[in-house]
Design a protein around this ligand. Sequence first.
Ligand SMILES: Cc1ncc(COP(=O)(O)O)c(C=O)c1O
Length: 480
Amino acid sequence: MDAAEFRKRGKEMVDYIADYLEKIEKRQVFPDVQPGYLRPLLPDSAPEEPETYENILKDVEKIIMPGVTHWHSPYFFAYFPTANSFPAILADMLSAGIGCIGFSWASSPVCTELETVMLDWLGKMINLPPNFLAEKNGQGGGVIQGTASEATLVAMLAARTKAIHRVISENEKLTPEDVMGKLVAYTSDQAHSSVEKDSLIAGVKIKQIPTDDKFAVRGSALRKAIDNDKATGLIPFFFCATLGTTPCCSFDKLLELGPICNEENIWLHIDAAYAGSSFICPEFRYLLDGVEFADSFNFNAHKWLLVNFDCSAMWVKKRSDLTRAFKIDPIYLKHGYEESGHITDYRHWQIPLGRRFRSLKLWFVLRMYGVKGLQEYIRKHIKLAHEFKDLVLQDDRFEICADVIMGLVCFRLKGSNKLNEELLKSINNARRIHLVPCHLREKFVLRFAICARTVESAHVQFAWKHIVDLANELLKVHKQ
Ligand SMILES: Cc1ncc(COP(=O)(O)O)c(C=O)c1O
């Protein structure tokens, strides 16, 4: 494909994407295919001779689209949202075109510098304490990681290094291996599974702190775990708090937990993967109070801030904590500007070396929506969640299972778990809308998450009527 053909095909692709997104609600939200559907539709090996672009494009509708779960359908209410907007898609095209690998300042100066400035903009939008920002030669700063899982892992590994150095400086007879074996991390019993996975990768013990009746970790519960563990010779070193848990969007009590972590030399990382975007609205910012006690904070702009995957924003109070943990400096990566104040080499802040020019997406989206446009978007989703909650509350056969604070509603039929499992199965088998469940304590619960950029009240009303129709059928069968 030469540049002339690329111009033509590129314009066609933009039309295809615009049509796909504009008409997405006509597509069935969840595909009909069975596992393994794809292999028989593809040749056994790559073609020896080049094929035509027309043939490839034909196969997109024939082979690819039948296997797509349409995350941007307004009938998609599963998991949490993944962001999608036209400015972000265009910026991603530009990023692909430039195609630089921005591991160091010299490897593409603007890739590093735009990221640093965008993370300062974003940090100010959520009113992060200034010591998390890079501006004015501060000690902190922001970075774009691929995912929240990676952000937690990076924080955990930096905390591990810091704890090992501290303990050995207090007792020089100990080796890093001695200390590693005693380190213990904590998180909520509602935390995302990625936190436990990160502890497996980091090779440290992790314990889940029991939550209260609002599914939040309280200071007293963390204090109890720390005291018990210290009494048996363990070294508490890391706590991952969650703001907006995956099952029910609950919020750990940062104002209670933060001072304990600071007192005990425990690195406090905050995972606000989904809910973090809402902190751009002043009325939700109170949920972040206590961030001043944290060492690192993360949220996924690619979930709820209209920036397409991947764009997981992470800030640290002391960037030297990361560079100390991850800095390896072969000669071929040196460039002579390493020590120039606020210039940072992001390769020391992350696990891989290579990194894409992701801040372009953020730059385009922040400029094209403005803070006000993004606030409106968040508020609209939360309003729709409340509309759904009110519909549920009007039917006394159903119950709401957790406070509705953001765009997620946890609900169920009053009755057995089996009944609710059957309800979810009939909803997802009908393929009109798509939901996923969670467990809240012993209860099987359905999660209704407002997800798509284009979801409106009419879709929420349709979804509820559809759920009620299926529940009616199910309850009829159960009565017989
Ligand atoms: C609270 C929380 N943390 C972490 C994650 C994992 O996100 P990622 O896919 O960015 O690693 C999720 C995913 O929904 C989440 O809800």
